[in-house]
Design a protein around this ligand. Structure first.
Ligand SMILES: Cc1ncc(COP(=O)(O)O)c(C=O)c1O
Length: 402
């Protein structure tokens, strides 16, 4: 008999992440005393810069403990407007075009619930950070994957985008730098994308959370800065990655005033506002010295070089050079095992935690995501262990399965 305890039917399209299996096993092994090297985490390993913490502490002491405006503290919105002007050449009015959210995660939820109807199609580049595959499903919308070809470092191809567009396409998701591939969208590509979305009247979510974590002199370009794009783009950015503030849960949306209306109504009913004193810290993150960001990025770049060259020396592993974020996305298809099987093998045999590529959708099959948000020394040891364990596993072999 049908019970009312059953979940909403929409939730059938929202399974737990494949990452969970790895997390749970890693936690269990750690409890048993096995020293695990974490190369699965999607968060910087640094502390939040001291001037940011001091500002939040001060705010708490001064009694900034009440609800803020639904849009967030005006001073923080002003700091965001200034940042968007300075870094991205964008003009947003802090009064009505910028809202502070509970991380970019909440911004995605609020934008999608405000704009997606049952049956709408959302084009999501694949592989993709999982939220973009699951949140549309929560709204009853359809995810249309846009495969990112591995051959060119997972660059989005506008011709493939054009083929994926249908009359039902309501929204396109862009992530640059990209999780899990580390690809950075080039201005030329963005110009072609902008022409297509304008032609077909499609809204764009531009997730720029890894904006600052970019290497080799690459420039971050926001699609919102291209002509005609502010009117149809939700620019999402935040503090988690650039300032190592994942636990603070702060992000923001910048968009056209008219698009802000529905989105702020969702945000209002879901969260009221982001945490007040955390917002005081975020003001300092944006307005204060930025050398902390440069130092983190320099450390990430050094680690990236270590990780990618070590991976490419392992027989059976091939890894392109990521140009942003802090993940290496390595092709392990030569081993003839799924990402999940290989990730579990590495956990059991080498004490190294990594994420199976299929956790990022079907287009991640045959890959592992290796995060280099861990110290250089730990990464060196983890890679050594990984190399030794893979060497015992002949490419194409299932030798380890007992
Ligand atoms: C592409 C992308 N967007 C957003 C987030 C989450 O950001 P926040 O901590 O601001 O919710 C992540 C976290 O890994 C991410 O990879």
């Amino acid at each position: 008999m049908e019970t009312k305890r059953r979940e909403a039917l929409r939730m059938a399209g929202v399974p737990f992440s494949d990452i969970r299996v790895i997390f749970e096993r890693a936690t269990y092994l750690e409890k048993e005393g096995v020293p695990i090297i974490h190369m699965e985490l999607g968060r910087p390993d640094f502390d939040t810069p001291p001037h940011v913490k001091i500002a939040a502490e001060g705010a708490l002491e001064q009694g900034l403990v009440h609800y803020t405006s639904n849009y967030g503290l005006f001073e923080l919105r002003q700091a965001v407007a200034l940042k968007l002007q300075r870094d991205n050449g964008l003009n947003y009015d802090p009064d009505g075009e910028i809202a502070v959210t509970v991380g970019v995660s909440e911004a995605i939820f609020s934008v999608m619930s405000a704009f997606l109807d049952q049956g709408d199609e959302v084009i999501v580049p694949g592989p993709s950070w999982l939220n973009y595959l699951r949140i549309p499903a929560m709204m009853g919308a359809q995810v249309v994957p846009l495969p990112l070809p591995a051959k060119d470092g997972f660059q989005l191809e506008p011709e493939m985008l054009e083929k994926a567009i249908t009359p039902l396409t309501k929204m396109l998701v862009l992530i640059s730098p990209h999780n899990p591939t580390g690809a950075v969208l080039q201005k030329k590509t963005l110009e072609s994308v902008a022409a297509l979305v304008q032609q077909h009247d499609i809204l764009v979510i531009s997730d720029e959370i890894y904006e600052k974590i970019i290497y080799d002199g690459q420039a971050h370009v926001s699609i919102a800065a291209l002509p005609g794009m502010k009117e149809r783009t939700f620019l999402l950015n935040g503090f988690s990655k650039a300032y190592s503030m994942t636990g603070w849960r702060l992000g923001y949306v910048a968009t056209d005033r008219e698009l802000m209306g529905p989105l702020i109504r969702v945000h209002q009913y879901v969260t009221t506002c982001a945490t007040s004193f955390a917002q005081a810290g975020a003001i300092q993150a944006l307005n204060g010295p930025q050398d902390c960001v440069a130092q983190m990025v320099a450390a990430f770049q050094r680690r990236r070089n270590l990780v990618v060259s070590a991976l490419n020396r392992m027989p059976g592993v091939a890894c392109h050079v990521p140009q942003g974020a802090f993940y290496a996305f390595a092709d392990i298809s030569a081993f003839g095992l799924s990402g999940q099987e290989l990730a579990l093998y590495l956990l059991e045999e080498a004490g190294v935690a990594v994420v199976p590529g299929e956790a990022f959708g079907d287009h991640g099959r045959g890959y592992l995501r290796i995060s280099y948000a861990n110290s250089y020394d730990k990464l060196s040891e983890g890679l050594e262990r990984m190399g030794r364990a893979l060497a015992r596993l002949s490419p194409t072999g299932r030798a380890w399965q007992r």
